[in-house]
Design a protein around this ligand. Structure first.
Ligand SMILES: [Zn+2]
Length: 250
């Protein structure tokens, strides 16, 4: 019963986080934009995924939980600390999850602050020049109660609620499309880009591993290239989350 009650509270907090903003922000980017983000440092994303992005002259944002680095999951092999540093050196953005990958909605204010501080300290120990400016909700669960803290720590927080960000958006709950073969068709990619063009929007993709035979949460190189080709054809710049937010503020 306790577990049920706590899951019910989680869902309410997540829905509130989705619908109630703590900040009103209007996008002012000059052109539509797209960002590719990868969560949890799958080794294949840090290698194959990053290489594909770079072959298009693009960079991505990689949301990392320091506590998971180097520990494999049933779904994929996880990258190492060297992969984190290599991504940073190659110009990709390293973004913040919670250190232990616990959901923001399960943490009180002090615990979430401690998780963020620990993750920042981890990145700082790898390379002090890493600026950690953006956050992604672990497991995609937002927390209304924690949005003020997150706003004070990061420029943006990315959810996994599908949609294209346009006009007035919630920087603490940006929408994102799954870069996941099981969930995203070529047609849906085209329509998302149509929407971004029509509304001068910011299209964000999120994924995990990048492999010929991806996990249930990952994508093939083919799907990623399809999205990058669509962006190139439409002259839509591919930017990291921090870069795109900077353009949106202009
Ligand atoms: Zn994650």
């Amino acid at each position: 019963m306790n577990a049920l009650w706590s899951e019910a509270r989680v869902k309410v907090s997540h829905r509130l986080a989705m619908h109630v903003q703590v900040e009103y922000f209007r996008l002012h980017n000059a052109t539509p934009m797209v960002s590719f983000t990868f969560d949890d440092l799958a080794k294949s994303a840090a290698t194959v995924g990053a290489d594909i992005l770079e072959s298009y002259g693009a960079r991505g944002t990689f949301y990392v939980s320091g506590g998971l680095v180097g520990s494999d999951t049933p779904n994929w092999t996880t990258g190492t600390a060297d992969d984190v540093v290599s991504l940073h050196r190659r110009g990709h953005e390293v973004g913040c999850h919670t250190f232990s990958h616990r959901r923001a909605c399960d943490l009180d204010e002090a615990s979430l602050a401690a998780e963020i501080a620990r993750n920042r300290a981890y990145f700082n120990s790898l390379n002090p020049s890493m600026a950690i400016e953006t956050f992604a909700y672990p497991f995609g669960y937002g927390s209304y109660a924690r949005k003020h803290l997150l706003k004070s720590e990061f420029r943006t927080c990315r959810s996994i609620v599908p949609g294209v960000n346009a006009g007035e958006v919630d920087p603490q709950f940006l929408r994102a499309m799954p870069l996941i073969d099981r969930q995203l068709s070529h047609d849906r990619i085209d329509r998302a880009f149509d929407e971004a063009e029509a509304g001068n929007g910011w299209l964000i993709f999120y994924g995990h591993d990048v492999a010929e035979r991806p996990s249930l949460y990952g994508c093939t190189p083919h799907l990623m290239i399809y999205a990058l080709e669509a962006a190139a054809r439409r002259n839509i710049p591919t930017l990291t989350m921090a870069e795109a937010f900077q353009c949106a503020r202009a």
